[in-house]
Design a protein around this ligand. Structure first.
Ligand SMILES: Cc1cc2nc3c(=O)[nH]c(=O)nc-3n(C[C@H](O)[C@H](O)[C@H](O)COP(=O)(O)OP(=O)(O)OC[C@H]3O[C@@H](n4cnc5c(N)ncnc54)[C@H](O)[C@@H]3O)c2cc1C
Length: 362
């Protein structure tokens, strides 16, 4: 078996791994990335044309700086390539005043606009807004593009000299060596960003795979992106919805959660009575939940850093997380706090299942 030496090797070139490879390569390091499928494939968590991009993140106030870092990095990459990686059209959160969709973004520490019930009804006549529900407008939000952005990260890394091995399965990681069927790569630093496959390499992490489909609905004038911007809606205690209107080549996209208890057709019929509730296309996709629905990003050992547990809201953060992974792996100070994503935070509770299997994809 051929053995090569690298400063760093990244296992898995999906959202987090492709960005880590790019950010490591910008530091002038001799890096390699290994992906079991092609770049921008449709077998993991990062496909389906679009993802919501939010800055006022309801999941944790520590996430907003990471979304902003993604925006900064994607904007600079856009200037280099001429491609669009984020489209900022704003996003509407809707829910009861005490729901996470309303309190979370207001606590995110970035400018948002609070909307009354009447303002939501006036702005969004497509919605069957429930009595008492209000809105929060996140003006910097919009949509981003999983396959395009992943390919752009990898291409940027390759322009900087990174080696990329596609259709190459990592069989094992032992000490400082990563083994594929034909190659052993010895590296000072190993970044494992294998999505649902992270459990294979680090079985003690309490991660749960949640199949979460992507659903597309037939476009209609009143559901074009300009009139029906990206949204996250806590419709009731039992049901949430997220999605965005049709734009470019993309149809109306709507997901409902928890995926294991909510039927998306019933949810769309209730929430948007004027939209055909039967999806015309559905594709399987995958979420990896952590028990507290926050990511696991950090150092596991002297030579190994991980990123995973995406919990259905990771794509918007992936460029920012790639930068954090590069900083952690190289021992630089990080640009924001990563304590809430510490992969050791569940120590002592191996295998503890997530609190819910919502499969939020937003
Ligand atoms: C339906 C749906 C909607 C979503 N909507 C949003 C949204 O609107 N906004 C948002 O921010 N997020 C959203 N998400 C979440 C987001 O897509 C994920 O957080 C993100 O894609 C996770 O990236 P990842 O790098 O962890 O996983 P992946 O992108 O799956 O990357 C892991 C990679 O590792 C590779 N790999 C695994 N094992 C091996 C091995 N042994 N050898 C080599 N390679 C290996 C895999 O092939 C894969 O390419 C959504 C998710 C879903 C499913």
């Amino acid at each position: 078996m051929l053995t090569v030496r690298k400063d760093a090797v990244v296992v898995g070139l999906g959202a987090f791994g492709s960005a880590a490879l790019w950010r490591l390569a910008t530091r002038g390091l001799n890096v390699a990335g290994i992906e079991q499928h092609g770049v921008g494939h449709d077998q993991g968590s990062s496909h389906g044309g679009t993802r919501l991009f939010r800055i006022a993140c309801m999941e944790h106030p520590g996430l907003s700086p990471i979304a902003m870092k993604s925006l900064e990095l994607w904007t600079s990459l856009s200037a280099e390539t001429g491609e669009t990686y984020v489209r900022q059209t704003g996003l509407l959160y809707v829910g009861n005043p005490d729901s996470k969709a309303i309190t979370g973004p207001q606590a995110a520490g970035v400018p948002v606009e609070l909307l009354t019930h009447a303002q939501v009804v006036e702005r969004q006549p497509q919605y069957n807004v429930q009595p008492g529900q209000i809105g929060v407008w996140d003006p910097g939000a919009g949509i981003c593009y999983p396959e395009r952005n992943v390919r752009a990260h990898v291409a940027a890394a390759q322009r900087l000299g990174a080696d990329v091995h596609t259709n190459t399965n990592v069989l094992a990681i032992e000490g400082t060596t990563v083994y594929t069927p034909t190659l052993a790569i010895e590296a000072d630093q190993i970044v494992i960003a294998a999505g649902a496959g992270l459990r294979h390499f680090v079985p003690d992490l309490p991660l749960k795979h949640v199949p979460t489909p992507v659903n597309w609905f037939r476009p209609k004038d009143s559901f074009a992106l300009e009139k029906f911007p990206a949204f996250v809606w806590d419709f009731s205690d039992e049901m949430g919805l997220w999605g965005h209107g049709s734009a470019e080549d993309y149809a109306v996209k709507i997901g409902a959660h928890p995926v294991d208890t909510v039927n998306v057709e019933d949810a769309v019929a209730q929430a948007f009575p004027s939209l055909d509730p039967i999806p015309f296309d559905v594709k399987p996709c995958h979420v990896t939940d952590s028990p507290d629905e926050q990511f696991l990003v950090g150092r596991l050992s002297e030579h190994v850093t991980v990123a995973g547990g995406d919990s259905g809201h990771g794509f918007k953060h992936c460029a920012g997380i790639g930068e954090l992974l590069a900083q952690i792996a190289t021992g630089e100070p990080t640009y924001c706090s990563t304590d809430f994503m510490n992969p050791h935070r569940f120590s002592g509770e191996p295998g503890r299942p997530p609190n819910r299997s919502a499969g939020l994809g937003a």
